[in-house]
Design a protein around this ligand. Structure first.
Ligand SMILES: [Zn+2]
Ligand SMILES: [Zn+2]
Length: 234
């Protein structure tokens, strides 16, 4: 430890605060809350174990200077009908193969999917039906140990852990790396008349993982577009 009590290993990393616009999106955008998802060739809209297409919560192109994942397209999906915290399934000190499909108790399968795609070119013809489409933009910042950008909605930078840091090894053997943080209690507005999310606090918004603070950890080896685990804390 250094004299100021900070870990010697701490170093600023390029990061971007995520800002959400208020004017509804009326056409596809690569950076959006809800909206028209972009998929690589052969990548289909993720489905929950229940068979329903998962809701697209947000998607964005990661700026080139983000460590490991710059230039990739990040998209976060979660079922509107199945709502719980994410549960890391591990064996032999690492996440199990295809951990993103592993059963999430009490469910017999997975209700979430996070994708990091290399080159999605064409948006889907139809937008996400439930989550309201809004523009999303990125504002650069440099994380410091004291904040002020601690528990903000951000990509890159450093994880601001609510509890002890959590580390996971991917099924492929590589240590997972932080890519995105979603603050506790973050709400995503939904259109009138869509299904009410179980355990939601409001009828007109959805949450991710029961509103936990969410830390997306991804595989730097990029062994699969879905090799991203959403750590939950509160
Ligand atoms: Zn479901
Ligand atoms: Zn991996």
């Amino acid at each position: 430890m250094s004299e100021d009590g900070l870990g010697e290993e701490w170093a600023p990393a390029p990061g971007y605060e995520i800002e959400i616009g208020t004017e509804p999106l009326e056409r596809p955008a690569r950076n959006s809350v809800g909206g028209w998802p972009y998929f690589d060739d052969g990548q289909e809209w993720p489905r929950c174990f229940c068979g329903e297409r998962m809701a697209l919560f947000f998607q964005l192109d990661l700026p080139d200077d983000i460590e490991f994942f710059g230039g990739e397209h990040l998209s976060v999906f979660h079922c509107a009908h199945h709502h719980d915290a994410a549960d890391p399934v591990t064996a032999d000190d690492r996440l199990v193969p295809r951990f993103w499909e592993a059963p999430q108790p009490p469910f017999p399968g997975s209700f979430w999917r996070v994708l990091l795609q290399r080159d999605p070119g064409v948006p889907e013809a139809e937008p996400e039906p439930a989550v309201r489409a809004l523009p999303l933009s990125l504002r650069p910042f440099v994380d410091t140990p004291e904040g002020p950008f601690g528990a903000h909605f951000k990509v890159g930078g450093t994880a601001s852990w609510a509890q002890y840091p959590e580390y996971y090894r991917c099924a492929c053997g590589v240590e997972m790396a932080f890519v995105c943080q979603i603050p506790e209690g973050w709400e995503f507005g939904v259109r009138p008349g869509v299904p009410v999310q179980p355990y939601s606090v409001r009828d007109d918004a959805y949450a991710l993982f029961l509103g936990n603070e969410v830390y997306l950890l991804a595989c730097p080896a990029r062994c699969d577009p879905a090799a991203v685990f959403p750590v939950n804390q509160h």
